[in-house]
Design a protein around this ligand. Structure first.
Ligand code: KIV
Ligand code: ZN
Length: 545
């Protein structure tokens, strides 16, 4: 591989999944991993196998399929490397190996904190003890797998002399990628760049390894810091789609890739990313995690290529380069165009979805087609964005414990907002619920609560329109937290801190021309997700007819 190639290591499924509430099902993780592979990422960090049996299975699933040389009937010489994270313990490393070993190109990524504050308060270990652990655990990982990545956690706040020793120990023990995390997003670009330069100059054996950077965005500097690292010789960058991740998130994949692409003449560096897929993958990740993309987000935000002011529009008409440093189609953000209509058939829908990157067959296709026809009756123009919004409903709902059949709302300024809902459960029984609320959505959610009987706190509710126009689809996202967590919902260990448990948050998504119906669907989707996580059939909840 040329020295101008910057490897893209995607951690959406690991660090990204550590965003509060971003938990994905195994099927969703596989869908995202397939999309990342098509996008052209070099390494997929598929998860943290020691966190739970589910995480382990999800990593194995990805290793067996996306990590194989043969995928969906296509043969590839170089499938992406599939990586699993492990703390520097034998147990974690064994689990990581169990997860990634079915892949054609497996990698174990092990880490231990090296900064004084982590050594003293979290690990209660001396420098010598940390060095001994690095030697022991990297050697152990190497005895299982050839490709080993080592990270000194909180490297951004580690003394440089100790950092050199820690990295040298890891290289000696067999690490071939040395990742430098700015775990708490503390450094400034010139400092972080300097750290990477000094590492190249002072760590014995560094020429045998690839230096990687992993920056968090607590000060909004993750992309700038990663670029500074690359300019100082790092040739792997750890990123997540839409910049999701712990706290303020990780470096956004799309920002790094487009910075390198747009300024290629200056930087002379390249990646293997097929940039026209960026917008689509961004939407997919937003859908499965339930984390919306802010409209002004660089590269993939809805407004990233929108020009509002008259002066800008005038300039654009005269020459697009006046206000555009990259073309929208370069990142797949083409202006929405009419694709299908009322008279299109199932095959046309299937083809268009395939072009958008979604493979739908059998029952899933039949359901999508039904919904498409339904929408085509209400809306003349069906765009790609509409299709994605429709399709992602199906993608994100693993099992429908409760399904909305009918909904009626009475509201306005002359009375109490009142909702009546008819819902069918997974045993086929129909339930009717009526309630009043402070507004129509509140009334609907209360009517649903009366049937489902799982009191939840609504943490977030957002509604947006998929396209412009009065007949646009309204997309609703909700995030809920059960007031009492169901006993069988596994509390997951946060790999960064080892011991703290995450309160479960569930998201749901609904898209309809009627936003109250979309709201009901989104709320039921979140409840279904909660029920799937706790594995309780609807009947066990004692629903009342
Ligand atoms: O931010 C961090 O330090 C990490 C490591 C596990 C690489 O995510
Ligand atoms: Zn991280």
């Amino acid at each position: 591989m040329s020295n101008n190639h910057v490897r893209i290591f995607d951690t959406t499924l690991r660090d990204g999944e550590q965003s509060p509430g971003a938990t994905m099902t195994s099927a969703e993780k596989l869908e995202v991993a397939k999309a990342l592979s098509r996008l052209g990422v070099d390494v997929i960090e598929a998860g943290f196998p020691a966190a739970s049996p589910d995480d382990l299975r999800a990593v194995q699933n990805i290793a067996e399929t996306v990590g194989a040389k043969l995928i969906d009937g296509r043969k590839r010489e170089e499938p992406p490397i599939i990586c699993g994270l492990a703390r520097a313990t034998e147990g974690d490393i064994r689990k990581a190996w169990e997860g990634v070993k079915p892949a054609a190109r497996p990698r174990i990524h092990t880490f231990i904190a090296t900064s004084p504050i982590h050594r003293e308060y979290k690990l209660r270990m001396s420098r010598e003890e940390v060095l001994a652990k690095i030697r022991e655990m990297v050697s152990f990982a190497k005895s299982l797998c050839d490709d080993i990545e080592f990270s000194p956690e909180d490297a951004g706040r580690t003394e440089m002399d100790f950092l050199y020793e820690a990295l040298a120990a890891a290289i000696e023990a067999g690490a071939t990628t040395l990742n430098i995390p700015d775990t708490v997003g503390y450094t400034l670009p010139h400092e972080f760049g300097e750290r990477i330069r000094l590492i190249h100059e002072n760590v014995p054996g560094i020429d045998k390894a690839i230096v990687s950077v992993h920056c968090h965005n607590d000060l909004g500097l993750a992309t700038a810091n990663s670029l500074a690292g690359i300019l100082n010789g790092a040739r792997q960058v750890e990123v997540a789609i839409n910049g999701i991740g712990e706290r303020a998130g990780n470096t956004a994949l799309e920002e790094i890739v487009m910075a390198l692409e747009t300024r290629k003449a200056l930087l002379g560096l390249e990646t293997g990313i097929d940039t026209p897929q960026l917008t689509r993958v961004s939407r997919l990740v937003s859908t499965v995690t339930g984390i919306p993309v802010q409209p002004n987000k660089a590269i993939v935000g809805a407004n990233a290529f929108a020009h509002e002011s008259g002066i800008h529009q005038d300039g654009m008409l005269k020459n697009q380069e006046t206000y555009e440093i990259m073309r929208p189609e370069t990142v797949g953000a083409e202006k929405t165009h009419l694709v299908l209509g009322k008279h299109s058939g199932k095959h046309a829908l299937q083809n268009r979805l395939a072009e958008l990157g979604y493979t739908l067959e059998g029952e899933a296709l039949a359901t999508a087609f039904e919904r498409f026809k339904d929408l085509a009756d209400k809306k003349k123009v069906i765009t790609d964005a509409d299709l994605i919004a429709l399709f992602k409903d199906g993608l994100t709902e693993p099992k429908e414990h409760f399904r909305l059949v009918d909904l009626q709302v009475v509201c306005g300024s002359m009375g109490l907002p009142t909702a009546t809902v008819r819902i069918v459960d997974d045993s086929g029984e129909t339930h009717l619920g009526v309630n009043v609320g402070t507004g129509p959505v509140d009334a609907v959610f209360k009517a649903i609560d009366g049937i489902v009987g799982l009191p939840c706190t609504l943490l977030e509710y957002s509604v947006s329109s998929v396209t412009r126009g009065i007949d646009a689809l309204g997309e609703v996202s909700v995030r809920i937290q059960p007031e009492q967590s169901p006993a069988s919902v596994q509390q997951r260990i946060n790999p960064q801190h080892g011991e703290s448990a995450r309160a479960p948050v569930y998201h749901g998504h609904g898209a309809e021309t009627d936003i109250i119906v979309a709201s009901a669907k989104a709320y039921l989707a979140a409840l279904n997700r909660l029920l799937s996580a706790s594995d309780r059939p609807a009947a066990a909840l004692g629903v009342e007819a």
